[in-house]
Design a protein around this ligand. Structure first.
Ligand SMILES: [Cu+2]
Length: 168
């Protein structure tokens, strides 16, 4: 059987496109570290955050030499604590939960961006290289004050950072 040269070229082109699409989708799904908020962690009661060990006092906690845990509560229409202060060059793990409805926790200018679902704890670890002030916004519509729901993340230069005890 004789296949016309153009026919062959189009066939090869179409195959390459298909392989390219599959590679792109696969990379997007597994290659860039995007994960889902899932039920692998125990769920918590959003109405009982006052009694929760981690979230009754939203805070920054030092857990290792260059490791910090940040417990954040999102609620209509604020984030706690505000501001959040962490040092540059450390591993910062955010644990974020909601006290009421679905919010998001998005740090402008970085790739920190997660949904915040009541009952679930969104977890992500980041290292901030650049000291500076970053805006935190909610990008899930959460009610009448949604547009004003914001906070500040302050990344301090490593040698200037001091954890203020009991700060909220
Ligand atoms: Cu919100």
């Amino acid at each position: 059987m004789n296949i016309h040269t153009y026919e062959k070229l189009w066939l090869v082109g179409a195959m390459l496109l298909i392989v390219g699409f599959i590679a792109t989708v696969t990379y997007g799904a597994v290659g860039v570290g995007v994960t889902m908020i899932d039920d692998s962690e125990e769920t918590i009661d959003p109405t009982q955050l006052d009694e929760d060990e981690r979230f009754s006092e939203p805070r920054v906690e030092q857990v290792g030499e260059n490791e910090y845990d940040v417990y954040v509560v999102a609620r209509q229409f604020m984030f706690q604590p505000d501001p959040i202060e962490v040092p540059a060059g450390s591993d910062v793990t955010f644990y974020v939960t909601s006290a009421d409805v679905i919010h998001s926790f998005s740090v402008a200018g970085t790739n920190v961006n997660t949904m915040v679902i009541p009952g679930e704890v969104s977890t992500m670890t980041v290292e901030f290289d650049e000291p500076g002030e970053y805006g935190i916004v909610c990008n899930e519509y959460c009610g009448s004050g949604h547009h004003a729901m914001e906070a500040m993340l302050i990344v301090q230069p490593e040698d200037e950072f001091e954890l203020e005890e009991g700060e909220n």
